[in-house]
Design a protein around this ligand. Structure first.
Ligand SMILES: Nc1ncnc2c1ncn2[C@@H]1O[C@H](COP(=O)(O)OP(=O)(O)OP(=O)(O)O)[C@@H](O)[C@H]1O
Ligand SMILES: [Mg+2]
Length: 233
């Protein structure tokens, strides 16, 4: 049985796709070497396109992990087989909720239905709190719908694109307090705003225990916590 993981937040541009690639790139290669699959279920197809781009002009055909471009129906058909085949499955989707539709009919619910872990990237400012709180309320309802399932959905928040000297940092602390009161645990480690994360591809691992690069070191420490969290049950 695999671990099925999704980065989710209805707020756009918080790092869902970036974190999916950073984690898949690192966890599929040394020192981890997990068998990883990324399901690109986002209509933007950013990961599938990035993988095609990464393979252009390359003669070798080996890749660290599989990228599958799936509509929700294909995901529903294939997930059981993939669950047997892979150690880790990441699903990248658009986050937008359809507030008109019943919870079980929402596209996003159909993807989250299979997940063991939802990691909620959170960024301070820009009216992110209301969107995240609304999303959290939706997730708690999904958890409720799934309460009879042997696989429980664990929800964990983390700060992405943190800036050390930022006017919004005081706000960030109170926003996280709100989210915690809303029922989400937060990772201790934050991911900073680093240009190397903007250039993420679908091949290169940024995990490096011996690095002097602050961005890579930040990701390495963050990923160590991430692994601990997904290893606990
Ligand atoms: N930690 C980070 N440091 C610097 N840039 C980042 C970081 N995380 C994400 N970004 C950048 O922020 C932008 C949005 O990231 P990304 O596309 O991953 O968000 P998303 O949540 O998947 O967005 P969408 O809702 O459109 O799918 C991208 O340009 C990405 O390079
Ligand atoms: Mg995205």
């Amino acid at each position: 049985m695999s671990k099925i993981i999704i980065f989710g937040n209805q707020k756009g541009g918080v790092g869902k796709t970036t974190l999916t690639c950073l984690c898949a790139n690192a966890l599929s290669q040394a020192p981890f070497n997990y068998k990883v699959c990324v399901i690109d279920n986002d209509k933007q197809k950013s990961i599938a396109e990035a993988r095609n781009f990464d393979l252009e002009d390359r003669t070798e055909t080996t890749v660290p992990y599989t990228v599958l471009e799936f509509e929700i129906e294909e995901l529903q058909q294939q997930i059981q087989a993939l669950d047997k085949e892979y150690d880790l499955i990441f699903i990248d989707t658009a986050g937008k909720l359809d507030t008109q539709a019943a919870i079980e009919n929402q596209e996003i619910t159909k993807a989250i239905m299979y997940c063991d872990y939802l990691f909620l990237p959170f960024r301070a400012g820009n009216f992110n709190l209301d969107a995240s709180l609304q999303y959290l309320k939706f997730l708690l309802e999904v958890q409720e719908v799934r309460s009879d399932s042997p696989r429980q959905l664990k929800i964990l928040g983390f700060v992405n694109m943190y800036r050390v000297r930022s006017k919004v940092n005081d706000l960030l602390i109170s926003e996280i307090k709100h989210l915690k009161e809303g029922g989400v645990s937060f990772m201790v480690n934050r991911l900073g705003n680093y240009t190397i994360f903007e250039d993420v591809d679908t091949l290169t691992s940024m995990y490096d225990e011996d690095t002097n690069h602050t961005g890579k070191l930040n990701f390495t420490v963050w990923l160590n916590e991430f692994i601990k969290l997904i290893s606990n049950g």
